[in-house]
Ligand binder design. Structure first.
Ligand SMILES: Cc1cc2nc3c(=O)[nH]c(=O)nc-3n(C[C@H](O)[C@H](O)[C@H](O)COP(=O)(O)OP(=O)(O)OC[C@H]3O[C@@H](n4cnc5c(N)ncnc54)[C@H](O)[C@@H]3O)c2cc1C
Length: 399
């Protein structure tokens, strides 16, 4: 069966696809979202959203709702696994000239996605088709034909534009013929959610543990005492014994034997990769479909949401004839530049610093931490760095 859809199809109901869908639908353009899963994915993934994304969520009228479910955080610590605090930058040093949003938002990724979904579905005509997997894509000069599989069998839909926001293994990216350049880290990351009171033990709400073996991040997830520890391990270790190794890591990382409750865990392979082009004709990539990085520093989804923010303005402008479609080339080029020059290299440095063993590099990293501790100017620079992920304006006309 084949149907015609006069609007934009978004592959992927992750946070990135949903922000793009929300903005495009609010601009009055029909949007249909397709997702292979039965609902929002519940895996223990992102928790931290940096100031520019908080600002964007506020602009979209979503922040108040998210503040109820999440927490606003200003404090960081860099620590050894033995409990020494090496630096403790705090976003309260930021001035109104730096940002009107001197905090990060912490909340589970699935709750963030659910909040965006609720707002999208509140728009008349907005639709998400769950259990619908995109399997193929073809395009000509007037549109894109998306092939999909659902309980009803194989179907095709012909739409005007397609956004591939279908995650790191993106079918849309492959079907558009884009390779995914970069590399995969040798380690496996284990993301764990636990109940344990780190704050009562002097931890900040975001902590980087620097250690060649027990490197990790420890982050507060919500106001109900849930925390995240993500650590790395040799990927040749058997995956079915991850639970035992979590206990071993916790013995090293937790400051005492106080009881903890492990609520969820999941292993991940992580990559530093980006698509060769974020635009192929009428197909546009955003979020993990366009670029992936390791989670240390919380830059992956932050970057992806900012892609969706720009695309959510640019595509309606082109569809309404307020801009030529070269605006979409500028979207593709600028968002790729941001990833390749800023997000990717910073994320790679973040994970390196946690586990570095080379004495020369450790000395340089130590000097950086000393500046982060003692030099207020450097602290402000580091804490506002994430505004570089916003990128340069691409010339979207005011409408
Ligand atoms: C352990 C961990 C911690 C992280 N922490 C952070 C953090 O704190 N901050 C941060 O910014 N980032 C973090 N990240 C990265 C973040 O999780 C990703 O960047 C984010 O998931 C990307 O969102 P997305 O919407 O692009 O893709 P996804 O969330 O992967 O969504 C893609 C959607 O597409 C659907 N889909 C897939 N294939 C198809 C298909 N063929 N047809 C239809 N639908 C399809 C999927 O079901 C899914 O719903 C973390 C990642 C990990 C692994």
């Amino acid at each position: 069966m084949s149907e015609r859809f006069n609007g934009v199809v978004v592959a992927g109901a992750g946070p990135v696809g949903l922000i793009a869908a929300l903005k495009i639908a609010r601009a009055g353009i029909p949007v249909l979202v397709l997702d292979s899963e039965p609902g929002i994915i519940q895996l223990p993934r992102a928790v931290v959203y940096h100031a520019p994304t908080v600002e964007m969520l506020d602009r979209l009228g979503l922040l108040d709702e998210m503040k109820v479910a999440g927490i606003l955080k200003q404090d960081y610590q860099f620590r050894t696994v033995h409990g020494e605090i090496l630096a403790a930058p705090h976003m309260s040093v930021l001035t109104p000239e730096d940002t009107a949003y001197p905090f990060n938002l912490h909340m589970p990724q699935h709750e963030l996605a659910n909040a965006i979904l609720r707002n999208f579905l509140a728009i008349p005509g907005a639709e998400v088709r769950w259990n619908t997997r995109v399997t193929g894509v073809a395009q000509n000069s007037d549109g894109v034909t998306v092939t999909m599989e659902s309980d009803g069998g194989t179907q095709a839909i012909h739409c005007d534009w397609l956004i591939g926001a279908d995650g790191g293994s993106s079918t849309v990216r492959r079907a558009a013929g884009q390779s995914f350049d970069g590399y995969t880290h040798p380690e496996r990351l284990i993301s764990t959610n636990l109940v344990y009171d780190f704050e009562a033990r002097g931890f900040a709400r975001a902590n980087f543990i620097i250690d060649p073996k027990y490197w990790a991040v420890i982050v507060k997830i919500d106001r109900h005492g849930l925390w995240r520890i993500t650590f790395g391990e040799d990927s040749s270790l058997p995956e079915d014994q991850v639970r035992d190794r979590i206990a071993e890591h916790y013995r090293a990382i937790l400051p005492d034997d106080g009881p903890y409750e492990l609520q969820a865990f999941a292993p991940f392979r992580v990559h530093e990769r980006s698509a060769v082009r974020f635009r192929t004709g009428r197909i546009l990539l955003a979020g993990d479909a366009a670029h992936v990085c390791n989670p240390y520093g919380g830059l992956g989804l932050t970057s992806g949401l900012l892609d969706a923010d720009v695309l959510g303005d640019a595509l309606p402008a082109v569809i309404k004839g307020a801009a030529g479609d070269d605006l979409l080339d500028r979207y593709a080029e600028e968002r790729q530049r941001v990833f390749r020059e800023v997000t990717g290299p910073t994320a790679a440095e973040n994970i390196r610093r946690l586990k570095e063993t080379d004495p020369e590099k450790k000395r340089a990293d130590g000097e950086r931490l000393r500046r982060l501790r003692d030099d207020p100017g450097f602290q402000r620079e580091a804490l506002t760095f994430t505004y570089k992920l916003v990128g340069r304006p691409i010339g979207v006309p005011q409408q």
